[in-house]
Design a protein around this ligand. Structure first.
Ligand code: NAG
Ligand code: NAG
Length: 704
């Protein structure tokens, strides 16, 4: 183990080649400068470094036993990769990525045999979704009682042990839940899932899409599929019944909500003063940071301000969008990030305010992102230049992230449904179909997919954290968005995936029985590591359960929520780290621990999001109290004179290492979820009418 740690240091030093120091001093989540430094190195020097790294890896591979290597390798990647796992995860673009690839290439040769067996494991048989989905929601409070049944407490699992069949291969210390969909399986004569009809993979459909995209991108200011009708003319002539109805909110009604609004205004005022029109505020240096050049913080904040009743601020933001937001910007942006933040933000602002200006902007942005879908496979390229309208894979890899290509559909579909322009939904639903057709491991997906071949990267990690997370989220949410059809392949994939989570990724710590979701490195080696990003899952699971998903989802949701809460409360700051590790054996000192490189907190929303769903769907105010503890921790440790900042270390209250960055999701997501969590009206947002995207933006549910 010592050896492994030593190796990791050597590797990162060699590969990063001096730039690591920069990253430590600047403490930025974005890795652009690293990549630039890397790119600026002469080619031969770069090649030399890569060769050296590869040689080291080969040596490693030869010297150590297969299993040992796996274990150590996981740590190496953990240490290097940890610092780079940001939600803006394309920014992994740096030499750590290369180290990782180099290592795993070495590993792949060795482990190919094992892995193939693993991949060929038949999918567990689960039944079709319950046929009795009614369009009325299951009664909320009745469901909730199940959560709070004392029997289900993790410390009294005996009851469950008899009730539920324990999956044989599961390494859980105690059974968490009954085997998913047991009833469906028993009721079904043949255990195979009836594959819902999915249109043919190739042929006319794809070619039609391609031709339509090629035509659409000739001029992004006209409406695709029309004879050069300008977007503004089209919008102005839209039938009145198609236009969104203005929604009404009343503003804060209690002290906690008032405190959240104050935190929002403090953040907004700092941003306005020092970073207006730029993507992010750097509150310590009183400067700004640009990533896409799209005024990210403004667009991400619009619906939050609308919901909080901050009319003046909303109007300021609206005026900026109307007068200054332009997409004719000559730089590469990330399709996924721009979709969930900017397109999602604009659509949400449109649906809440009924202001058609936001819809016009959305159409132009949609058009400018269409080039991503001109890849040979239809799996979108990750990056696009919105001015030149050319798209490509990330510079550092041929692959797109799986979660990225599967986390654009809610927004593109909503754009199509809101405008009656079909192209956006068509191209992104084609991605759904492609990914559905690919072979998976118990419904779980590798985190990389190739836009040229349309296939997963072999031996890529399986994770519900960075690069994997929202694939699962959008399976459920798309099904909700489109009227919860029982023959929808997305919901079948979702159920299968959660089943895979239960059998392949779920563990309990040996002493305190904390339930967590680990990762499969190279698609097979379990690693007891959970990103904070994964803490969105309890909320999503509970949402699914409200709409008919099995009890197993509810139980997992409850246990995971508790673990996520512990990742906050066990830190002296009461703020969670980016990544937590869990004990595998009773010999380990701590059941939940944090590695030094993973101890940062970027003001992320995922756990608060889950608390919001728990409160909204159960009405239990305990979740508000949990959220209030965390809100106060943010106030205490991240608030600075001109905003709130990411911190580098949650493990010490006197050494939090302020990072000088206020991410747009702090305003767009974290504060919005806090505000809704503390509402006296848990249905302030009606989850029977709205679905909330991966960046906390609202789009309406449709009936088909
Ligand atoms: C939507 O577009 C189709 C043609 O593509 C048209 O037939 C239909 O009437 C339109 N619907 C609305 C509500 O404008
Ligand atoms: C509310 O939730 C907490 C935490 O899950 C639980 O301990 C408590 O029993 C619940 N209260 C009610 C009234 O259901």
């Amino acid at each position: 183990m010592d050896k492994g740690d030593h190796i990791s240091v050597t590797l990162s030093g060699a590969s990063v080649n001096g730039t690591e120091e920069d990253s430590l001093t600047t403490k930025q989540p974005q890795r652009r400068s690293l990549r630039r430094s890397w790119n600026q190195l002469p080619r031969c020097q770069r090649n030399l470094i890569i060769l050296a790294v590869l040689a080291l890896c080969l040596t490693l591979v030869l010297v150590l036993y297969n299993d040992q290597i796996d274990a150590e390798n996981n740590r190496v990647i953990g240490n290097n990769g940890g610092a780079f796992l940001f939600r803006e995860n394309r920014e992994v673009a740096n030499s750590a990525g290369i180290v990782q690839n180099g290592l795993s290439d070495g590993m792949n040769a060795l482990d190919a045999g094992n892995l193939n067996n693993n991949l060929k494991n038949p999918l567990p048989n689960i039944g079709p979704p319950p046929l009795s989905f009614s369009n009325d929601n299951a009664p909320v409070f009745k469901d909730v009682k199940v959560i709070d049944t004392p029997n289900l407490n993790k410390k009294s699992d005996d009851n469950l042990q008899h009730a539920g069949e324990r999956p044989k291969e599961s390494l859980l210390q105690g059974p968490l839940v009954e085997f998913p969909n047991k009833i469906s399986i028993q009721e079904n004569n043949d255990n195979r899932i009836d594959e819902p009809a999915v249109e043919a993979q190739s042929g006319g459909g794809d070619d039609d899409n391609r031709a339509a995209v090629e035509a659409a991108i000739l001029n992004p200011r006209v409406v695709p599929g029309t004879n050069n009708v300008l977007i503004t003319d089209y919008i102005n002539n839209m039938e009145a019944k198609l236009v969104a109805q203005k929604q009404h909110f009343h503003g804060a009604t209690n002290e906690r909500q008032t405190a959240v609004v104050a935190a929002f205004r403090h953040s907004w005022n700092g941003y306005k003063k020092y970073a207006w029109g730029h993507d992010n505020l750097k509150p310590l240096s009183q400067s700004s940071h640009d990533w896409f050049g799209l005024g990210l913080t403004i667009v991400d904040s619009l619906d939050t301000m609308y919901i909080m009743g901050l009319e003046d601020e909303f109007t300021e933001g609206r005026e900026w969008v109307s007068n200054f937001l332009t997409f004719d910007i000559n730089r590469d942006v990330n399709l996924f990030e721009v979709t969930i933040r900017i397109l999602g933000g604009l659509l949400s602002a449109y649906h809440l305010s009924g202001d058609k200006m936001f819809l016009s902007k959305s159409i132009e942005l949609g058009n400018r992102m269409l080039p991503c879908f001109l890849s040979p496979s239809g799996i979108p390229y990750s990056d696009v230049n919105l001015a030149s309208m050319s798209a490509h894979s990330p510079k550092w890899s041929p692959d797109s992230s799986t979660s990225e290509v599967t986390t654009i559909q809610l927004e593109f579909r909503d754009l199509s449904r809101s405008t009656n322009i079909s192209i956006y939904e068509k191209v992104t639903h084609a991605v759904n179909k492609k990914v559905h057709a690919l072979e998976k491991t118990s419904g779980l997906v590798p985190i990389f997919i190739n836009a040229n071949t349309g296939t997963f990267r072999n031996y890529a990690t399986i994770s519900l954290g960075a690069r994997g997370d929202s694939y699962y989220e959008y399976l459920l949410k798309q099904w909700l968005q489109t009227g919860r059809k029982t023959d929808d392949f997305l919901i079948v994939d979702y159920m299968r995936a959660i089943d895979g989570v239960l059998t392949k990724l779920l563990r309990r710590t040996p002493k305190e029985q904390h339930v967590y979701i680990g990762e499969l490195i190279n698609g097979k080696d379990f690693k007891p590591k959970m990103d904070h990003l994964t803490c969105y899952l309890p909320g999503t699971l509970l949402l699914g359960h409200k709409f008919g998903m099995p009890t197993s989802h509810l139980l997992l949701a409850r246990d995971l929520l508790e673990t996520c809460y512990q990742t906050y409360m066990r830190q002296p700051t009461q703020l969670a780290p980016e990544i937590s590790y869990f004990a595998l054996t009773t010999n380990e000192e701590q059941e939940i621990y944090v590695k030094p490189n993973d101890a940062h907190n970027l003001l992320r929303p995922e756990f608060v999001e889950s608390l919001y769903y728990f409160y909204a769907l159960t009405g239990n105010r305990t979740y508000q109290d949990m959220g209030w503890n965390i809100f106060q921790a943010f106030e205490k440790h991240t608030k600075v004179a001109y905003g709130y900042t990411s911190i580098g270390n949650v493990k010490h209250i006197f050494n939090t290492r302020l990072r000088d960055m206020m991410e747009s999701f702090w305003l767009g997501e974290t504060l919005k979820y806090f505000y809704l969590l503390f509402s006296d009206n848990r249905k302030e947002i009606d989850l029977d009418k709205w679905v909330i995207n991966s960046e906390a933006h609202l789009v309406p549910l449709r009936n088909h």
